[in-house]
Design a protein around this ligand. Structure first.
Ligand code: NAD
Length: 366
């Protein structure tokens, strides 16, 4: 059943149309004058379980952009949870404003009360501009929050698990392309060597890959040049590099027509969210170029798998073991894409949708 609690005055006429397009269940507008909180929670699909997705604080240009973003992100969470075999649905929240100025204990706790009012249909976590500390404040008002520090029984920083999943996806891609999953001696370019990219470099270095790195953070670059003998690449030059694997681990939408035209790699496997600028154009374009693409929402699901463990009782070892399964699913997706003559992003979405529909059927009877 779909309901809307509250509605943005300016766009209320269009909002049901937007919910209808991708069949979102619920959109909740939260306002608090005292703290200045303006938040939107989108619940996309709860067939598999409660909708889980982080809370992003962003200074959106206008409310319509915030609505678009939360609808798009919540739908992405549905696919990520479904393909990872988790009993979770998809949801997400955005808080509108500049995190540097609006974020206070009271604002985060007020947001927690709105989450509490959804009685567990939505479970929140950290995302862009929110931290484990913020989730501690949210947790003072609701138990429907994950991504808590290890000292509070949480899973702590999820990025090592995300990086491990991306590494599994990359090895499965190597197996698919070269018939052998070893990355020893392979030339691998990593764009973005932050929390996830940094941990990914550790796995790749241990396996004996030749590393190329790009980042806007000079300090991080210097660290990996020194520790792993990585070669630094300037800005956009990373796209045209003659490497075996390209691993986007910074921003989304970088696989656009211009950049894809420059690529010389055989595999793209990285952790960044929403890498394809337009999946209907750039998914098929990668197939035409003969580049194997490991779908981002499949191979970067380690973080979600990690917080799911927190939801059912945290254990890092189980989280890592579940994340290893990304290897098998990635291979399955390459085969499915070839069989159905489609691109891997589409094949991965088809598999996720099939699981949701199958489970919906299972639950059709008492
Ligand atoms: P992060 O902020 O720690 O790292 C991102 C890195 O990218 C930073 O070092 C930053 O300086 C760099 N960067 C920014 N702009 C750049 C540019 N133009 N060129 C090169 N480098 C640039 O973030 P993270 O947690 O490592 O996440 C990386 C990506 O993975 C993001 O897209 C994120 O949404 C996605 N992701 C992360 C997780 C997780 O567990 N952290 C889970 C799923 C997906």
């Amino acid at each position: 059943m779909s309901t809307t609690q509250g509605a943005a005055q300016t766009t209320s006429g269009e909002i049901f149309g937007q919910l209808f397009t991708h069949d979102h269940e619920e959109l909740v507008f939260c306002q608090d004058k005292h703290t200045g909180l303006k938040a939107i929670i989108a619940i996309h699909n709860t067939v598999l379980g409660p909708g889980l997705g982080g809370t992003r604080i962003w200074n959106y240009t206008n409310e319509a952009d915030a609505v678009n973003d939360v609808l798009r992100l919540s739908r992405g969470m549905t696919y990520k949870a479904a393909i990872s075999g988790l009993n979770l649905g998809g949801a997400k929240a955005v808080i509108i404003g500049d995190a540097k100025t609006i974020k206070t204990e009271a604002l985060m706790r007020k947001f927690g009360r709105f989450v509490e009012n959804l009685h567990g249909k939505y479970i929140t976590a950290e995302d862009v501009n929110t931290t484990t500390k913020d989730m501690e404040y949210v947790n003072m008002e609701t138990s429907h929050v994950v991504g808590l520090p290890e000292s509070m029984g949480g899973g702590g920083d999820p990025s090592p698990v995300t990086a491990y999943g991306a590494y599994m996806g990359m090895k499965a891609s190597a197996q698919h392309v070269w018939g052998n999953d070893s990355l020893r001696g392979k030339k691998i370019a990593v764009q973005g060597i932050g929390k996830v990219g940094g941990h990914l470099l550790e796995h790749l270095h241990k396996e004996g890959a030749k590393l190329f790195i790009s980042d806007i953070n000079e300090e991080a670059l210097a660290k990996y040049v020194k520790e792993f003998g990585a070669t630094v690449v300037k800005g956009d030059e990373i796209f045209a590099l003659d490497v075996d694997v390209f691993a986007p681990c910074a921003m989304g939408a970088i696989l656009n027509t211009d950049n894809i035209n420059k690529l010389k790699c055989k595999i793209i496997a990285g952790a960044a969210n929403n890498q394809l600028a337009d999946e209907n154009i750039h998914g098929p374009m990668l197939v035409e170029k003969g580049i194997a693409y490991a779908p981002d929402f499949l191979i970067n699901a380690g973080g979600l798998i990690n917080v799911y463990q927190e939801h059912i009782g945290y254990n890092r070892e189980t989280a890592m073991r579940s994340t290893e399964h990304i290897y098998d699913v990635t291979l399955q997706i390459y085969k499915a894409a070839e069989l159905s003559k489609t691109h891997t992003q589409q094949a991965a979405m088809n598999l996720a949708e099939k699981r949701i529909n199958d489970i919906k059927h299972v639950r059709a009877t008492y």
